[in-house]
Write a protein that binds this ligand. Structure first.
Ligand code: DUC
Ligand code: ZN
Ligand code: ZN
Length: 474
């Protein structure tokens, strides 16, 4: 058999196994796995190195329309370039419906934004901010059948939030059509009330963002989301879980046999409320995201949940705003009060190396769990498996060859369009030595070698889940 590429002597890690083999690739797919494969047109020697499936970042925001003056720094070109250089080969950002807008219009607009820009493959989640009858009963079912099988709903943010009745409406559609609902769980009224009191007391600095969104606010909304999903009898995924109180709610729900899935992000492992500033310094605006990072004890709670199966996926929640930019963290060029700072931090490129280094190489999680959390589970949850998320005959040749060497994170060496990283100066024990997207080298360990337009849009099948809520088969 003619092979376009052979990755030789790989130590392959999947969600279930670790084994040594050569990987034979033709037309962008894995066609052979075994010892002593025939020569390929191109050969890559992976001797002594671990090879994992390319990452799937199933929660990231790229070129998402924002209320003015905010504007995201990354479009599909810079965002997917950055992802590729950090070992991610599929992204699933959000086609966001503005209130009053048709969902179809939001999807069409988002396709125009992705256009010929993506360097790696991509699918879309939907953000449903206005489940009017025409949206819930006509557009949403039609879009699900066309391959947009997951949507995010918000319990906070004035321009996006749904009330409980609307949440029930959306969950009913998800149940009827087998789609997956992602829930941003924070109590909007509590946040509004706390924010008003903080501002009235003159507490305006970025660090008060954390005080306006304490864990109770996340706990209450998580509990309510669980109850609403129980009422409708449908699985949900609680996104960006930040610490103990939400974790306790999810463990409680699982104990009752409810299919509640959970996602967390690197910021809840590596950042804390102190990164928002220990005094009134505005620099803390860089780390303003929601829910906010907590403290060290909560970081440990999140690590425990990654190890013991509480979490199904680790995503970046990449939400790219420049620090020194009137369209970013300094609206109109000003140091504004904490409630006016655009929420979000960049993390597409650092997600995989952070977890491989600090999780796998520091002995906190197995390499199999790493693969499950960064690729396989997302592929199953969002209907991309087994084309994506594993190393198997028939799967796309989306691969990461890991270099285990010390690398210090410097924004100047990252590939996004954001003017900072919250992880500046942190030294890791590994970085992708090579990333392949459908058999093409898109990152060679030194530079981006892919091209805008290589990425293809992926239609998602329905999620595959066990009755208990866990993805099938791992
Ligand atoms: N929180 C979100 O819900 N989305 C984007 C960024 C953030 O911090
Ligand atoms: Zn969110
Ligand atoms: Zn988000």
């Amino acid at each position: 058999m003619d092979l376009d590429l052979v990755v030789r002597n790989a130590r392959i890690a999947t969600a279930g196994d670790v084994f040594d083999a050569d990987i034979g690739v033709r037309d962008g797919r894995i066609v052979l796995l075994g010892e002593g494969l025939p020569a390929g047109a191109r050969e890559i020697d992976a001797a002594g190195r671990t090879v994992t499936p390319g990452g799937i970042d199933s929660h990231c925001h790229l070129d998402q329309p924002m209320p003015p003056p905010a504007r995201m720094a990354d479009d599909f070109e810079s965002g997917t370039r950055s992802a590729a250089c950090g070992g991610t080969t599929t992204v699933i950002p959000f086609a966001a419906q503005a209130k009053g807008q048709s969902l179809r219009e939001a999807v069409d607009d988002y396709h125009r934004r992705a256009g010929n820009k993506a360097a790696i493959d991509y699918a879309f989640h939907l953000i449903v901010s206005d489940p009017a009858p025409s949206v819930a009963q006509e557009e949403l079912p039609a879009l699900i059948s066309e391959g947009y099988t997951s949507f995010k709903i918000y319990m906070t943010y004035d321009d996006l939030k749904l009330d409980d009745r609307q949440v029930l409406d959306v969950l009913s559609v998800a149940r009827e059509h087998g789609a997956m609902t992602m829930v941003h769980a924070e109590n909007a009224d509590c946040i509004g009330w706390l924010t008003e009191r903080l501002l009235a007391a003159g507490k305006r600095a970025p660090r008060y963002h954390a005080a306006s969104r304490p864990m109770l606010v996340e706990r209450e909304a998580t509990h309510r989301a669980i109850a609403l999903s129980e009422l409708v009898d449908v699985p949900i995924l609680i996104v960006h879980v930040s610490g103990r109180e939400a974790v306790e709610q999810i463990r409680w729900a699982r104990g009752r046999g409810l299919p509640i899935l959970a996602e967390t992000c690197p910021q809840y492992l590596f950042l804390s409320a102190e990164d928002l500033g220990i005094d009134d310094d505005y620099q803390g605006a860089r780390c303003v995201c929601s829910p906010p990072p907590r403290d060290r004890a909560n970081q440990q709670v999140i690590w425990d949940g990654l190890r013991d199966d509480l979490f199904t996926v680790l995503s970046s929640d990449h939400a790219p705003f420049n620090y020194d930019d009137p369209a970013g963290k300094r609206p109109e060029g000003e140091e504004v009060s904490f409630d006016r700072i655009p929420n979000g931090i960049p993390g597409l490129e650092t997600r995989m190396p952070l977890l491989y280094s600090e999780g796998v190489l520091e002995g906190r999680i197995s390499v199999n769990r790493f693969v499950a959390l960064t690729a396989t589970h997302a592929a199953r949850l969002y209907g991309l498996y087994p084309r994506k998320g594993t190393i198997a005959v028939g799967s796309d040749a989306d691969l990461v060859i890991w270099d285990e060497r010390a690398v210090t994170i410097e924004n100047a060496r990252l590939h996004h369009a954001v003017d900072y990283t919250p992880y500046e100066g942190r030294t890791l024990r590994a970085w992708p030595g090579m990333t392949l997207s459908r058999g093409e080298v898109v990152w060679d360990g030194e530079k981006f070698t892919g091209r805008a337009g290589h990425g293809r849009f992926l239609r998602c099948d329905l999620p595959s889940l066990l009755p208990g809520g866990g993805p099938v088969g791992t």
